[in-house]
Design a protein around this ligand. Sequence first.
Ligand code: AMP
Ligand code: MG
Length: 409
Amino acid sequence: MTLLALSDALDNLFSRLPSPTVIEYLPLNECANRVLAEDVFSPVNVPSFHNSGMDGYAVRIADLEQHLTLKVAGKAFAGTPFSGEINTGECIRIMTGALVPNAVDAVVMQEETTLNPDGSVTFQHIPKLGSNIRRIGEDVKQGALVLKKGSLLNVASLPLLASLGIASVPVFAKLKVAILSTGDELTSVGEPLKEGKIYDTNRFAIRLMLEKLNCEILDYGILSDDRALFEQTFIQAQQQADIVITSGGVSVGEADFTREVLEKLGEIGFWKIAMKPGKPFAFGKLENAWFFGLPGNPVSALVTFYQLVQPALAKLSGLSADNIAKITQNLTACSAEKLKKAAGRQDFQRGYYYANEKGELEVRPIGTQGSHIFSAFNESNCFIVLEAERTDVEAGEKVTIQPFNSLLS
Ligand code: AMP
Ligand code: MG
């Protein structure tokens, strides 16, 4: 089987994976990190009344043109409007956020006035029409589209909905994801390690990332390398979850049953990607769930999760295409060192990028780039993405970098 380019694998995923259909209505304080299921239009104007942008005095410009000293007819506070009359030659004391009466046409900040002993106020100059007045609907107009279906609800968007008085919104249901690790050598974190065994890093890393992506997690633990056990567990997992994610056993070794069992129980979409790390990666469909088989090496598992599973879950969770596109952002940086690269596969090297003394982006590789060297992640802040056909990169050459998003930070 020839290796599939990552971009083709992603196209394949996006064309096959459906958008969600199950919707629930939730109060705003339960919506963090959920995906909005319908467009939201504003039921009100924001602000809903003309209000003062300053502590100062609300005036009629025509009066100031007659005389720069005005009497003070009363006070307006935020939440407590002035309800009296403002006669010719009068102004009112007004605080930030207070309703601006229709009778006035500007607010002058108090620093530009002098309060006289008799209680009147003298102004230094005549203000411009409407100055320091926040107009009705200046922020959001009634009926305007405020958030599109497929938006991520977060600190940037939820307070906006709150400011409109919207108490609950339709969101897509959380994705249910079954996770499991495969390998006779694996031991759960916290248990003593016997000779020849290693700790199960992948299930731990995958759980952390799924928690960040706000998925519901069903943990099927560690499977020993046993074909019948794989079959039985895959069947169970796909009945309970929307997505099954495994790691290990997807290569060509004698104990690698993942692909075989996927083929028997369901269908393989693609297998083997022209990327490094991460070549052995299987995507497919079981009867009731989508299937992602990550490679066993922890670095490969993490890189393929980041590059393939993350956008796939975004599509399945209902995130819009423009939001999915924001998951990975490519920048250009100068490589500070020589990078080793063989032609053939697209590389995702771990790197650290920074602005040099000229303010230009520079990047240096971290660690030896082996797919078993997980410690390099800890000091990295980006992937150095090297095109499949590219060979060694000399110091000073331009390369594409992808700063880690919040999944890895
Ligand atoms: P496999 O793809 O099953 O052949 O595994 C490839 C390499 O990754 C082997 O060295 C495994 O021991 C290692 N490996 C597999 N699964 C895990 C895991 N969950 N955590 C840490 N290392 C793993
Ligand atoms: Mg294995």
